[in-house]
Design a binder for this molecule. Structure first.
Ligand code: ADP
Ligand code: NI
Length: 226
């Protein structure tokens, strides 16, 4: 086993143990899907696969949502783990830089990802938030945090700051308009853009059907909340 595949194997084991039993959509299988999609994207982009795989595996190890809003917890936990495993300083910096920048921070907040490896991981993470799995994860997240499914009296919001996005607590359907439907235009890699188009369509179809059933209309209404 090469040194890098040994670190990957140990990291898989570490992440599986840390995220076991999560029911908010940030479980081990999310990580597994993001790792696989990241590798597909990164191969097409000729990015550094060791950095990409480590960042994909560690990107949700200590998410701010579950650590009192602390955005530094994730990169710190990843750094501690990689230092313990004698990973080079350059790789650690690259991986932790990705983890620090990977999260969505609100519709009006730019999230620049400076490196090619980061773009691959961010696209893969965002692809897992859209399409059929994205729909399932959104409702799993909403249930976990006690959110209502939909409330026509609570409009979706465009958050202009991370603080406003962090403190939101709206119904799950609003999250589609506040984040999920916006992701296809924020993809940064060729394969990410291609995959996002098809997954986006799945969400558009789901929302049309959702509102048709909600309103008991046989016609397909416009999916956009106004
Ligand atoms: P990121 O990976 O950009 O940090 P999140 O951790 O916010 O993304 O999202 C992880 C999953 O939880 C995604 O599938 C996302 O749609 C879902 N999620 C996050 N916030 C909400 C919310 N307010 N309502 C429903 N689903 C949410
Ligand atoms: Ni994630």
């Amino acid at each position: 086993m090469s040194e890098s595949s040994d670190v990957i194997a140990k990291t898989i084991d570490h992440v599986k143990r840390t995220l076991a039993g999560d029911s908010s959509g940030h479980d081990w299988w999310h990580i597994d899907r993001v790792r696989k999609t990241s590798v597909v994207i990164a191969t097409g982009e000729r990015a550094d696969l060791f950095v990409v795989e480590l960042a994909a595996l560690l990107h949700d190890i200590a998410d701010w949502k579950f650590h009192g809003g602390d955005e530094t917890a994730g990169p710190r936990a990843a750094r501690d783990w990689l230092v313990q495993n004698d990973v080079s300083a350059a790789t650690i910096d690259a991986v932790c830089g990705i983890i620090a920048n990977v999260s969505y921070k609100g519709a009006g907040v730019p999230t620049e990802m400076p490196t090619l490896e980061g773009k691959c991981v961010q696209d893969a993470d965002r692809l897992d938030a859209i399409g059929a799995i994205g729909i399932a994860r959104a409702f799993a997240f909403g249930g976990h945090f006690g959110r209502s499914m939909y409330d026509p009296e609570i409009p979706a919001e465009i958050h202009e700051s991370f603080a406003a996005y962090k403190s939101k607590g709206g119904p799950t359907i609003n999250h589609f308009y506040e984040k999920l439907l916006l992701l296809k235009d924020r993809m940064q890699t060729a394969e990410g853009k291609r995959l996002a188009l098809q997954r986006h369509q799945v969400m558009e179809d789901f929302l049309k059907q959702f509102f048709a059933e909600w309103n008991a209309t046989p016609m397909i209404p416009d999916v956009h909340l106004q």
